[in-house]
Design a protein around this ligand. Structure first.
Ligand SMILES: NC(=O)C1=CN([C@@H]2O[C@H](COP(=O)(O)OP(=O)(O)OC[C@H]3O[C@@H](n4cnc5c(N)ncnc54)[C@H](OP(=O)(O)O)[C@@H]3O)[C@@H](O)[C@H]2O)C=CC1
Ligand SMILES: CCCCCCCCCCCCCCCC(=O)[C@@H](N)CO
Length: 325
């Protein structure tokens, strides 16, 4: 879309088929309910069947018209086969046609210290933080092009796709990879009139967030105190607003906006003056913040040494962990 038509013809989900991966809880469910309440047909995919069934009930309660189609399917999206099979199921009630919009919310974050991660932990990090999104985008793009259909693909990354710190060695690289793929596809899929967006939420209070607390190092949690968490609903509303504004990179909080504007690479920005102002703020603020965090980390050395000792972390050094392929 040329820049002079930005903001016109706001995206409207009414009557469109929206496919939300990871739509059973958290951000995906919040998004699915908003889309349903705005008249979309909604398909959700996740692994756990009970949570899918519960989610469909919630989505149903937002139905606007009797003809809206709501479906849920259980698939593991970490493999090309899983992503293809899920897509087959998702398009079945839509004459085999690819969805109008795909929201790639499926993903898992498991923070740990790098030295306590097994090889499997690191591979899982890429599987659950990158391939869950990449395989679905690959499957759907090929079909969209075969069918001559246009549409919208929305990748979900994180603030950690622009910056990172201690504890996120298995997750932040996967989120940076999602940004790399989204930026590449934003460029390439113009060939077919397929729009690509990247949403980078900060902390969201979701079941996934509760889960990640179980492995999160204390120092990581301490650094994250600087962030103000969003509810899944607030994040989903921010995402939809960003799509309506036709932003390539979307965020829903000020800190991520700072990192977006100062780490944008070749991605299109928002408003030039606004981005420039953010960039200036980040140029001064980010090094000050980083230096205070570095001080915090160095002050944590003794406690960390004790943690390694007590948990016998280094005695397992070199063990690749179970079932590494
Ligand atoms: N919460 C946060 O603070 C932040 C989260 N994010 C990212 O945003 C996305 C949504 O986060 P959030 O709502 O917190 O996540 P949740 O863990 O609450 O929900 C994740 C969803 O993805 C599904 N899912 C996970 N793995 C797979 C898989 N292999 N195949 C199919 N479905 C899968 C889950 O269902 P099931 O397990 O049953 O398969 C669930 O529906 C994730 O990618 C997350 O990493 C980004 C920034 C901040
Ligand atoms: C001028 C600069 C000021 C900077 C202040 C920075 C404060 C820390 C921001 C940490 C944000 C981390 C979000 C991680 C979300 C996520 O992806 C995980 N929860 C995974 O689910």
């Amino acid at each position: 879309m040329p820049f002079w038509s930005w903001g016109k013809n706001k995206w409207n989900p009414d009557g469109k088929h929206c496919y939300v991966t990871g739509g059973s809880v958290g951000l995906g469910l919040a998004l699915a309910t908003i889309l349903a309440s705005r008249g979309a047909h909604v398909s959700i995919v996740a692994r756990g069947k009970q949570r899918l069934a519960d989610a469909i009930e919630v989505i149903e309660s937002h139905r606007q018209r009797p003809d809206q189609i709501f479906r849920s399917f259980s698939f593991d999206l970490c493999s090309a086969e899983g992503a293809e099979a899920a897509l087959d199921a998702v398009v079945a009630d839509h004459e085999g046609l690819t969805p109008d919009a795909i929201f790639l919310c499926a993903g898992v974050a498991t923070p740990r210290f790098f030295v306590e991660s097994t090889a499997k932990d690191l591979i899982d990090g890429m599987n659950l933080g990158y391939w869950t999104e990449a395989w679905t985008s690959w499957a759907v793009t090929r079909r969209m092009v075969q069918q001559g259909r246009q549409g919208k693909i929305v990748f979900i990354a994180s603030t950690l796709c622009y910056m990172t710190f201690v504890g996120w060695s298995s997750y932040s690289p996967a989120r940076h990879a999602v940004r790399g793929l989204a930026d590449t596809l934003r460029s390439e899929l113009q060939l077919y009139n397929i729009d690509v967006h990247l949403f980078s939420p900060n902390t969201m209070l979701t079941p996934g967030y509760d889960e990640e607390q179980k492995t999160k190092p204390k120092i990581t949690l301490k650094i994250e105190e600087g962030d103000t968490p969003l509810t899944a609903e607030q994040a989903a509303i921010g995402l939809i607003k960003g799509i309506e504004a036709n932003h390539a990179h979307i965020s829903a909080d000020f800190i991520t906006e700072l990192f977006r504007a100062s780490t944008r690479g070749s991605a299109p920005g928002h408003n030039f003056v606004y981005d420039w102002a953010l960039d200036m703020m980040a140029m001064i603020g980010a090094p000050i913040w980083r230096s205070s965090v570095d001080t915090l980390i160095r002050a944590h050395r003794a406690e960390h040494a004790e943690y390694l000792q007590t948990n016998g972390v280094l005695s397992t050094h070199g063990d690749p962990g179970p079932t590494v392929k």
